[in-house]
Design a protein around this ligand. Structure first.
Ligand SMILES: [Zn+2]
Length: 246
């Protein structure tokens, strides 16, 4: 199967994952198939196509000019790139694919929830972390390495969160418990041997974004609250799914 086709088939999976991510949290998504979410008028079938519908409408609903949700597009592109990256090398075992797909979808849904709500769902992340640990031997990863990665990731970000709380006693702090859950998940996915490789890209991206916020004097920088965890997820996804071993 050609990789272009794989990417196209994965686009609706991204739409569904965005929906799932939002339903896992407080936000209840309004799903009205083939109706505009802004004004309720019927839309053409092509406008509802994943990615292409938004591109053809140039990012705004044709009826009421309401801006289309960019996080939906992000989820669709993320899912398509994940599917291509997972299937491109070929020859991977089924368990390996299941494990990598779990890493990709968990990074995707966690990043979307954190970006939208500045909040992380610890139940889902804990479950995904446990499943990753259970799958590690079947997917060719050493179990002690994955377990140590989990512990070190959690300890490292637990320390960062403590430090943040000490530096900003009045709160809100730059890092919270949600980031510790994310780091533990990334540790279980990468193992101790690749922990730095999986955490660093996200930390660098978050740092660059924070610097940009401060330079642009955005309100989010003054509140010191931005979606740090979303950047961690993006970095881990880049390191573990898009360029594994790179
Ligand atoms: Zn409309």
């Amino acid at each position: 199967m050609s990789l272009v086709l794989v990417g196209l088939l994965a686009l609706p999976a991204g739409t569904l994952l965005h929906l799932l991510a939002m339903r896992m949290d407080r936000w209840r998504v309004d799903v009205r198939w083939l109706r505009c979410l802004g004004c309720g008028r019927p839309v053409a079938w092509w406008a509802a196509l994943p990615l292409f519908g938004a591109l053809l409408q140039r990012g705004r609903a044709g009826c009421c000019r309401r801006p289309l949700d960019r996080l939906v597009l992000l989820g669709e592109v993320w899912a398509a790139l994940s599917a291509v990256a997972l299937l491109a090398p070929g020859g991977a075992s089924l368990w390996h694919l299941v494990r990598d797909a779990l890493i990709a979808t968990t990074c995707l849904t966690t990043a979307l929830i954190d970006w939208r709500f500045r909040h992380v769902d610890p139940r889902w992340l804990s479950l995904a972390t446990l499943v990753l640990l259970a799958l590690a031997p079947a997917a060719g990863a050493a179990w002690p390495d994955a377990a140590l990665g989990l512990l070190c990731g959690a300890a490292l970000f637990g320390g960062f969160a403590r430090l943040g709380a000490a530096l900003f006693p009045a709160g809100p702090t730059p890092l919270g418990a949600g980031d510790v859950f994310i780091a533990a998940f990334i540790g279980a996915a990468a193992g101790l041997t690749q922990l730095a490789l999986a955490l660093l890209p996200g930390m660098l991206l978050a740092g660059a974004y924070a610097a940009w916020l401060m330079l642009a004097r955005r309100a989010a920088a003054r509140r010191r609250v931005f979606a740090y965890g979303a950047w961690l997820c993006l970095g881990a996804w880049l390191a573990l799914v898009i360029w594994p071993g790179g």
